[in-house]
Design a protein around this ligand. Structure first.
Ligand SMILES: NC(=O)c1ccc[n+]([C@@H]2O[C@H](COP(=O)([O-])OP(=O)(O)OC[C@H]3O[C@@H](n4cnc5c(N)ncnc54)[C@H](O)[C@@H]3O)[C@@H](O)[C@H]2O)c1
Length: 250
């Protein structure tokens, strides 16, 4: 029998209290990873950590707003103190503030860019510093979106942020490859989480009808691909964007 794929590795997952982040936390823990659940929502995140521990995993919670530089640095100091560093970072925390351009406030544009793009950049900077200090040949996974490829009307903020995360992925991948650190991105399509529950359900049903594989994605569909990117199965891949869309927008 082969060893668990992430045995002895520590994964920091932002936005891990819910949705895709929680699915990745469970999937990575099932493959032996130590998990740092990093999220704004303390109560839910604590419940998640307890559930991971009950399942036999090592896990820890850190309350963080990924837009806050000092809080992000403290998150990685926590991962160092608790587990000796970080080997896998998932930049997954996200929010939406949808509206047509004419009605979108600058605050809603900024918030979405700050959480996705600035948050991912701050976490990446801190994670790379930690990986270099410990010599970890780590893996960074950025949760982009198919919206960054095709552009969604009503989501000029979100589509801009998600396209930006692809640039961040590629630039960082080139910069840190020499240290054996890999950086890849995932572009999910429509996945069943709180984020898609907020959508107009008629629009959602119409969109799902155009998915070649004929169904909405489940968080586990994305978590499996993230596990592949986190693990040595993808050891010759960096700077890639993997679409997990059921074939929509191929
Ligand atoms: N669900 C989809 O269909 C879909 C599709 C494409 C991309 N994505 C992306 O996947 C990621 C996860 O989405 P989801 O659907 O699981 O969303 P979700 O709303 O279920 O979970 C997002 C999590 O991020 C946390 N969060 C929000 N702002 C934060 C901040 N400033 N600091 C720390 N944590 C914060 C929330 O508390 C929440 O637990 C997001 O980046 C999203 O844009 C989702």
């Amino acid at each position: 029998m082969s060893a668990p794929m992430l045995e002895g590795r520590t994964a920091v997952i932002t936005g891990a209290a819910d949705g895709l982040g929680w699915a990745m936390a469970q999937r990575f823990a099932s493959e032996g990873a130590r998990i740092v659940v990093a999220d704004l929502r303390a109560d839910l995140a604590r419940q998640r950590v307890n559930a991971l521990r009950e399942g036999g995993a090592e896990a820890s919670f850190f309350a963080v707003d990924v837009t806050d530089e000092a809080a992000v640095d403290a998150l990685f100091a926590h991962a160092g103190a608790e587990f000796g560093g970080v080997d896998v970072l998932c930049n997954n925390a996200g929010v939406t503030r949808d509206s047509v351009l004419r009605k979108m406030s600058l605050d809603d544009f900024r918030l979405v860019l700050d959480v996705h793009l600035q948050g991912a950049w701050l976490c990446t900077r801190a994670a790379v510093a930690s990986m270099r200090d410990t010599g970890s040949r780590g893996s960074i996974i950025n949760m982009s979106s198919i919206a960054g490829k095709v552009g969604n009307p009503g989501q000029t903020n979100y589509s801009t942020a998600k396209a930006g995360m692809v640039g961040l992925t590629k630039a960082t991948a080139k910069e840190v490859a020499r240290y054996g650190i890999r950086v890849n991105a995932i572009a999910p399509g429509l996945i069943r989480t709180a984020m898609t529950e907020q959508m107009d359900q008629a629009v959602l049903a119409e969109s799902v009808a155009s998915v070649p594989l004929g169904r909405i994605g489940e968080p586990g569909d994305v978590a499996d691909v993230a596990l592949f990117l986190a693990s040595d199965l993808s050891s010759y891949m960096t700077g890639c964007l993997l679409e997990v869309t059921g074939g929509r927008h191929m």
